[in-house]
Design a protein around this ligand. Structure first.
Ligand code: PLP
Length: 409
């Protein structure tokens, strides 16, 4: 217990274990402050944040634009129910419609605002059900998919350990081999309601879909009348250097999906999610009374998202440029690094042995926050305003950290 001085990390961690449910394992650090891409723990330790709350803090910590927008909005009008609207909510929906397709969303497109990724996908799942009805009972997703933890989103998530304790789930989703066009061609038919995919799988280890896959998926779903739902919760909102990962020519090939889900980076650290439904029938996917949320579209959350979007817009060229040079430098940093994959500032550094957990712990001790996204890969999803110098400081530290956990000299 505290004795009057500020409790240290060990004390907070003990109290955490006594008060919080053990869903996340032991916390790695107790964090008390952040500024830009830098974090501090309760014992004064300093870190370069290369994870950004899992691709959330697009503008790092305490960005003045977000601080000002949130402070001003909470001091003006903090919350209203969805019996009402606010200028912030309307502006955010308009802004998302304008940026979710490169040429602007097609006429008829509509937005539903939520507060997290799983809620965005849960709403998309309901749209898929309403679209499919009894005629189209089948829903397709990909092996390795992660779409969230609520029951509908969980039904779309592939990992057995996440799903099995909670069976029965609301759908028997069929999981197709990742990136396999022939398997997709076999699976899509007139009884399919939707294909749900991440353009870059995040939790499966940062795996972009192979070029051509989404283009073929669009043709097949269009022909059969199924919805193409893109989960851009992690890969969207500028993370890859384009507003949406599917805007990248080699990832999306110019496809226009039916539904795009967003969250993570959208609110710059504030909990915001969104579903953007595209095309003339979009507004009919969920009708009056068919869905709702208390917090979705909250004006403070909307103000945070609008401020974040304004700043991220100017950072997109930087994300592409830094992503390109950093991945080359990382790939050459150590012989045990076999691959650097991903897009923009959503990257995974793959190693020749399954030491990612040990490497992440070693890097944390050396002042860098990354996460082991696969047994043999660490994920980098830093604030989009990470500087070249900050990125280089990590590249310089990496070889010694790899040596320390592979037992090399
Ligand atoms: C994180 C994530 C989700 C879930 O978002 P939450 O905000 O944690 O509910 C869904 N889909 C993808 C691709 C994600 O990366």
């Amino acid at each position: 217990m505290s004795t009057g001085t500020t409790p240290d990390q060990a004390t907070w961690t003990q109290r955490y274990g006594d008060a919080l449910m053990n869903t996340f394992g032991a916390p790695k650090r107790v964090l008390v402050r952040g500024e830009g891409a830098v974090l501090w723990d309760a014992d004064g330790g300093r870190y370069l944040d290369l994870l950004a709350g899992i691709a959330v803090n697009a503008l790092g910590h305490a960005h003045p634009a977000v601080v000002a927008a949130v402070s001003e909005q909470v001091a003006t009008l903090g919350h209203v129910s969805n019996f009402f609207t606010t200028p912030q909510q309307v502006r955010l929906a308009e802004r998302l419609l304008a940026l979710v397709e490169p040429g602007g969303a097609p006429a008829g497109s509509r937005v539903f605002l939520a507060s997290s990724g799983t809620e965005a996908n849960e709403a998309a799942f309901k749209m898929v059900r309403r679209h499919g009805g009894r005629q189209r009972p089948r829903i397709l997703a990909l092996e390795g998919a992660f779409h969230g933890r609520t029951m509908g989103a969980l039904a779309l998530t592939h990992k057995a350990a996440y799903r099995e304790p909670f069976a029965p789930l609301p759908a028997e989703v069929e999981f197709l081999p990742f990136g396999d066009v022939a398997a997709l061609e076999r699976a899509v038919g007139p009884d399919v309601a939707a294909l749900v995919v991440e353009p870059v799988q995040g939790e499966a280890g940062v795996r972009p879909l192979p070029p051509g896959y989404l283009g073929r998926a669009r043709e097949l779903t269009q022909e059969s009348g199924a919805l193409l739902v893109l989960d851009e919760v992690q890969s969207g909102m500028g993370r890859t250097g384009a507003w949406m990962a599917h805007h990248l020519e080699h990832v999306g090939g110019g496809v226009v999906p039916d539904v795009v889900t967003l969250a993570k980076g959208l609110g710059g650290g504030f909990p915001v999610g969104a579903v953007v439904a595209l095309g003339e029938h979009a507004g009919a996917l969920l009708g009056p009374g068919e869905h709702g949320t208390t917090f979705g579209g909250n004006p403070v959350a909307a103000a945070a998202a609008l401020a974040t979007i304004d700043v991220v817009e100017g950072l997109l060229p930087h994300v592409r440029e830094l992503g390109r040079t950093w991945r080359e430098d990382l790939a050459a940093a150590h012989p045990a690094i076999t691959e650097v994959r991903g897009e923009g500032l959503l990257l995974a550094v793959r190693l020749s042995s399954p030491v990612a957990a040990a490497l992440a712990a070693e890097l944390m001790d050396r002042g860098f926050v990354v996460n082991p996204v696969a047994p043999d890969a660490v994920r980098l999803a830093p604030p989009l305003l990470l500087t070249h110098e900050q990125a280089a400081s990590f590249t310089a530290e990496l070889p010694a950290a790899v040596d320390a956990c592979t037992g090399a000299p």
